[in-house]
Design a protein around this ligand. Sequence first.
Ligand SMILES: [Zn+2]
Ligand SMILES: [Zn+2]
Length: 345
Amino acid sequence: MYLEAVKKKKPPLLQFSSRGIYCAVADVYLDPWRPVPKALITHGHADHARWGHGQYICTEASLPILKHRLGNIQLSGRPYGDRFLVNGVQFSFHPAGHVLGSAQIRVEYQGEVWVFTGDYKLENDGVSTPFEPIRCHTFISECTFGLPVFDWQNPTEIHSQINHWWAAQNSDKRSAVLMGYSLGKAQRLLKHLDPNIGPIYTHSSITAMTEVTSAQVDFPKTLALNKEVDKNDLKGALILAPPAAAGGAWMKKLSNPSTGYASGWMSFRGARRRRGFDRGFVLSDHADWKGLLKAIKATGCEKVITTHGYTHLFAQYLREQGYDAITEKTAFEAETPAEETSTTL
Ligand SMILES: [Zn+2]
Ligand SMILES: [Zn+2]
């Protein structure tokens, strides 16, 4: 009886504090949103890898991305699957398939296992190390697209739609402007573009991020979109740009461009039109409804904690399926300027 009472009073292995997801025994935070002494980082997006921490630990594949984004920080990298101890708590990073270098964080202490996903998707995007299901007792899952309406088509089909669209613009001597956020989506789009159609130009923030990741991934040849580029060279070309750059002065150089936007949000009817794009391609780096459920099932977990996205509806559905599911508030954004600019949706 006594032992049971002690067990019950034991604080959870990971707690949701005002500074981030906290492991008290190890005294470390996972993707903290306020400055902390020691942070484990799942991936390089701005809402997960923030400024001001004393010490950063991430995957080896994320190292160049975090250095590029955060500059001179105290940073160390671990290979996927490598187990390391902090105050007797065992931590390891496992592929999340979200963007290059992205990881789930596994935490084990006294036989209890928790997994924090960060952001993830199940499809192999050809750039990130594919998602790996990890057995655990408690699974902290994002649910950006945690509604049944989000049901992704096969990405191969989407990539071929994109190449067809570009080829059509190319034969009309028009430029094709393809929008996708600079870390993750841009590299994924680039990887699957057919360079036989025409030249590929990248907007400056994508040029920089692609350079940072090019040591790890083979990309088709690209040209930098800068002031020296001649108007005529852009006819029939594809220009890869972040959504935030849409409508910028650089677009005036293009003659009658066709614009396309690749995002999971494009599955909302009217989203493309409201944002003023000619084409919307439904391509996301987050799991859809079925993907989330599949990932949860594969962990064998009993407890699920839902974070950013359609958390409440999703947790309610999980409870109906017999899971012990709750929602916790975090400062992760279901859509951020660095990731998705869907604020007008
Ligand atoms: Zn992310
Ligand atoms: Zn996120």
